[in-house]
Write a protein that binds this ligand. Sequence first.
Ligand code: HEM
Length: 230
Amino acid sequence: GSAKHPKHVEWETEGPFGHFDIPAVQRGWQVFREVCAACHSLDYFRFRNLADIGYEENMIKAFAAEYEVAGEPDDFGDPTTRPGLPQDPFPSPFANENAARAANGGALPPDLSLIVKARHDGANYVYSLLTGYESAPADVELSAGRYYNPYFKGGQISMAPPLTDDLLEYEDGTEASSDQMARDLVNFLIYVAEPNLQSRHQMGISTMLFLLLLAVLLYFSKKQVWKPVK
Ligand code: HEM
């Protein structure tokens, strides 16, 4: 079946002057680790990446140390764990795909590292999906363990609505409405999917300014050079 077109949000990251809204990205990181990380992995994200969104080294170490990650095998070749370090990728909540499906009624929570790029109109889509749960219309029969969401292909998703108002308490005191959390979370996922978005845009602006200046210079030097011929 088809899905409803995503709602349109004006993201700060859009357009040639697009940039990261750092407080929003930081709140989104809080939503990710306190809510989504229970089921979704974030394989391409390392704790040290938090440096780019305004966290100090000691905070990054503390974030990483909250997780147990796989260590070197011990002397008997048995697996061990150790507290996470800044260079570690964000640990996956499940040991493997079977464990992930077993915990989610057979459905697989996808890795969210690139989801805003992998889905069409991804940022708006993820925002719409998170805020778009509805009770099923009378003519729709929901399968067991499914929830009605018109933004999801087929309209039935195996993810319970993950956000409810005031689900968490924001560290910066922002009111944690579901809408706010969805926006912040998407700001974070846009950052994860393209950490160099802001420098790419800045490079583009500098290049345009440079070319503009060069055009002016060339125009006047051409006039100067051809003056005697006139
Ligand atoms: C699917 C985001 C929390 C379980 C998805 C999808 C997204 C997403 C974008 C993919 C939809 C698609 O394939 O197009 C999020 C975010 C969360 C969150 C941003 C936090 C705010 C959770 C939690 C659970 C969960 C806490 C488990 C309790 C699943 C499952 C699927 C899924 C099982 C697959 C659904 C299906 O294929 O029917 N999620 N999720 N998610 N999520 Fe989440």
